[in-house]
Design a protein around this ligand. Structure first.
Ligand code: ADP
Ligand code: MG
Length: 262
């Protein structure tokens, strides 16, 4: 008994020193149970270590999710997969698995506003976070502004390096970027830097044929598109707007209830 009271503070300080918070919380109960159930030393050690591993993994995913800035709620669980044509649904399910990230392939998702581009790519990106990968999401306009400011402050190289640590970078709504020359240049630099180094996930309302509206001159447009499509999966969401459909359904139910109330 005396030995165990002496052991406790030493054990406590070792666990603290090694930063094992879940083990610190669980070992005392687990030790009591192990004694009662006559578990082997190995079985006890395995139990407490597995708890520590699980808790540290969960903390890591939570941190990655916070850092990703992915919009909340746009997950695979909330996405209505039946809205996609069967081929695209199949393709998306494969993308959720994330082999494309290992291959450093890009995803470019085209479609009209409201067709679900952002939700779909965010769901795919979030699935990568759940596998422990670092992801960064940004509306393209915001990212371009951030790069421009960095360029003006002579920090562009540093900021680009920071982005290069994310194996998955989501640029949402690239078509909406209203570029002047400087904006176009930083965007091009970003894409060129990431070429074959990490995946870029892009949504756009503009087909490639209209990307000269983004990159202004034909040479830069061709160079940007060429790099993007070299290793990429192109997805076309030619679907009616989800928002419009939802609004229509709402108004139908409303008018339905008006009729019933008559
Ligand atoms: P886009 O980026 O193509 O303009 P969004 O992804 O922003 O479209 O979708 C518009 C809204 O409709 C969002 O609130 C989104 O969550 C929802 N939405 C779109 N497609 C689906 C879907 N298949 N299942 C569930 N919600 C969807
Ligand atoms: Mg969108």
């Amino acid at each position: 008994m005396k030995a165990s009271t002496e052991l406790k503070p030493r054990l406590y300080s070792c666990i603290k020193e090694l930063h094992l918070p879940a083990l610190l919380r669980s070992y005392s109960d687990a030790a009591g149970r192990a004694q009662k159930e006559s578990l082997s030393y190995e079985a006890f050690l395995l139990e407490v270590l597995e708890r520590e591993v699980e808790s540290s993994w969960n903390n890591r995913i939570e941190r990655l999710l916070r850092e990703s800035r992915l919009p909340e709620g746009k997950t695979r669980e909330t996405f209505d997969w039946k809205r996609l044509p069967p081929g695209l649904m199949q393709q998306s399910k494969v993308l959720l698995e994330g082999l494309f990230v290992e291959r450093r392939e890009n995803l470019v998702c085209f479609g009209n506003p409201g067709s679900g581009k952002t939700h779909l790519l965010c769901a795919i990106a979030r699935a990568q976070v759940e596998k422990g990968r670092a992801v960064y999401y940004s509306p393209a306009t915001l990212l371009v502004q951030e790069l421009l400011i960095a360029k003006r402050e002579l920090r562009l190289a540093k900021v680009l390096k920071r982005f290069s640590k994310y194996p998955v970078l989501v640029l949402d709504d690239i078509g909406y970027v209203q570029q002047d020359r400087d904006e176009m240049e930083v965007l091009f630099t970003l894409l060129a830097k990431r070429y074959e180094r990490g995946s870029v996930l892009i949504t756009s309302n503009l087909p490639f044929s209209k990307w000269n509206q983004i990159f202004k001159d034909p040479m830069t447009t061709a160079a940007a598109v060429d790099r993007l499509v070299h290793h990429s999966v192109i997805m076309e969401l030619n679907l009616p707007s989800y928002r419009m459909e939802a609004a229509k359904k709402r108004s139908e139910t409303k008018s339905g209830s008006v009729i019933r109330n008559k």
